[in-house]
Design a protein around this ligand. Structure first.
Ligand code: G6Q
Length: 559
């Protein structure tokens, strides 16, 4: 067995853990589902006048209305029983206490340690990891203060005016999302850009109006070997050197966020300007580690720490609140109900907050890379659906494009509406109009408009079917006071723990990502062939070979 791996027996997933579908609560939910499928939210609300005030929960200052889900009290009781029978409470404790629950990689999963209080103790292999976390936070704060105050200067003595984060996946999506979300808290005289795609356009467009002597690159890569990031970092290096013509300039214009000191040194970055993290932080769970350096440069150390406090409040809520009042547990269980018992394949996240425009993209990685798995931890192929497809756009824009399908299409799409009570940019009636729309959409989805109601409004008979809304489409509504660093932390942690809840119940490893490997390897092989390097592998299939030939010939002709 590879070093660090723990055996399946050791992690308890081979022996002694009944498969999900054998759990009594799962069987009971299966038996119960057909009856609920026949119920309409209209009737559920009519029968219980207090439903909308009853099926709500509040945690860490976030209000969740889950009454517009197609559930009865029996459904909820069975879902809570499923959580108990799945050992969810014990699984949560294993994560928080540093057990190696990422079994296929033999790693602890400790993003919660990134926001632990200074005096907390969390051990991995006998070592308390918390002091290391705070040491890096202090190092980041010191550096960010210098850059923000103009004390950190470029090679020719100019202060830094632009920060370019180079990274991809978990080393990009979190930083971009957080920068966009917290833009009103950012230092407006610094320009922030994010380069991720290996498509040269990304780098060229990000830097076309920047000056090398006042630009700082943050190369964010846990491994410091990722093809896209290193290709972009090398182009950035060449771009800086073309103007500054001195290798020493690299030290003033490049810093690294990585766990790989050897590679960072090789690149020419001073290890004093390397901000570390640990193998127990997964890429998609790393935006509050030093991968958040660009976030801290934008909003400053004090607000970054407030964001961490927000994460921590939600962590504590997840760890301690009874499941009936536990936001991530409730939302995780409801998504399991919608996917596994009502047949939903996707889940829409619809923030009514323009600053959260990259939040759905961030969540796509968090949710789908985590729970897009078809085997359990023990390697058995699952017989039930796992991770739904997450997608979304900020409201109200989405209303004028894809909401048609959510309202009247043939698919069931559970929606999460996220609404803030206060706008960061109060402007006339704008915020009330925004809020009215968010609340109305959830109402329309749940209750629809019957054919009778359409007729009563005087509609011509042939248009009645087209203007009828079936309703009975589930949604959650999340209310938050105001978008701040602290509430952003809470929201992200909420979804991190929803993902955890889902994965624990589906018995999958939410923290590995083997599914991204094959394509990377094949791309390297094809690249070698494009570059005329020998390739000992088997011949390609006829489609791949024809496409390669067509690309090679076509691109050569156009050169
Ligand atoms: C996330 C994944 C992945 C990773 C990127 C970048 O959970 O592991 O998205 O973040 O592949 O990796 P590096 O940070 O090592 O460049």
């Amino acid at each position: 067995m590879a070093p660090g791996r723990i055996s399946l027996d050791e992690c308890g997933y081979k022996k002694g853990v009944p498969s999900l579908t054998d759990l009594p609560a799962w069987t009971a939910l299966n038996a119960h589902a057909p009856a609920v499928q026949r119920l309409h939210l209209r009737d559920l609300f009519a029968e219980d006048k207090k439903r909308g005030a009853r099926l709500v929960a509040e945690g860490a200052g976030i209000y969740l209305d889950y009454s517009k889900n197609r559930v009865t009290d029996v459904t909820l009781a069975l879902l809570h029983r499923l959580a108990e029978e799945s050992g969810l409470r014990a699984e949560i404790e294993k994560m928080f206490t540093g057990e190696k629950i990422n079994t296929t990689e033999g790693r602890a999963v400790l993003h919660t340690a990134l926001r632990a209080k200074k005096d907390a103790e969390i051990f991995v292999d006998g070592v308390n990891v918390v002091p290391g976390v705070h040491k890096v936070l202090d190092q980041m704060a010191d550096f960010c203060d210098k850059v923000r105050a103009g004390v950190w200067r470029g090679h020719s003595g100019k202060p830094i005016r632009a920060i370019v984060n180079i990274g991809i996946g978990g080393s990009d999506l979190g930083p971009v999302m957080a920068f966009e979300a917290l833009r009103p808290y950012s230092l407006r005289n610094l320009t922030f850009r994010f380069v991720s795609n290996v498509d040269g356009t990304d780098f060229v467009e990000a830097t076309h109006d920047l000056e090398p002597d006042s630009t700082l690159f943050v190369v964010s890569s846990k491994t410091f070997t990722t093809l896209e990031t290193m290709t972009n970092a090398l182009s950035a290096r060449a771009w800086v050197l073309a103007k500054l013509k001195d290798e020493d300039a690299i030290k003033r214009h490049f810093v690294a966020v990585s766990t790989n000191e050897v590679k960072v040194r090789e690149f020419g970055i001073d290890p004093a300007n390397m901000f570390g993290f640990w193998d127990w932080v997964g890429g998609r769970y790393s935006m509050d580690s030093s991968i958040g350096l660009s976030t801290m440069l934008a909003i400053g150390p004090a607000d970054f720490r407030k964001m961490l406090e927000g994460f921590r409040e939600m962590d504590e809520h997840f760890r301690t609140a009874p499941f009936e009042q536990n936001l991530p547990v409730l939302m995780g269980l409801l998504s399991i109900w919608n996917s596994n018992f009502l047949g939903a394949h996707t889940s829409a996240v619809l923030p009514y907050e323009q600053y959260l425009k990259r939040f759905p993209a961030y969540l796509q990685q968090l949710t789908m890379e985590s729970n897009g798995k078809r085997v359990t931890k023990s390697g058995a192929v699952v017989s039930y659906m796992t991770g739904p497809i997450y997608w979304g756009e900020p409201g109200t824009n989405g209303q004028h494009s894809f909401y048609q399908l959510i309202h009247q299409g043939t698919r069931l799409i559970p929606c999460d509406f996220i609404l803030f009570l206060q706008s960061l940019n109060p402007l006339g009636r704008h915020h009330d109009i925004l809020a009215a729309n968010a609340i109305a959409q959830a109402e329309a989805l749940a209750f629809g408009k019957t054919a009778e109601e359409v007729r009563r409004s005087g509609e011509k008979e042939d248009l009645v079917p087209h203007k009828t809304f079936e309703g009975n489409r589930p949604s959650n509504t999340i209310l938050v006071d105001k978008l701040t660093p602290r509430t952003l932390g809470k929201l992200i942690a909420l979804y991190e723990h929803i993902v955890f809840t889902q994965g624990a119940i589906w018995q999958i490893d939410s923290f590995d990502q083997w599914g991204v490997e094959l394509g990377k390897k094949l791309a390297m092989r094809i690249l070698d062939e494009f570059e005329g390097k020998p390739n000992g592998g088997a011949p390609h299939d006829s489609s791949t070979a024809t496409l390669m030939n067509r690309y090679r010939k076509g691109s050569a002709d156009l050169r």
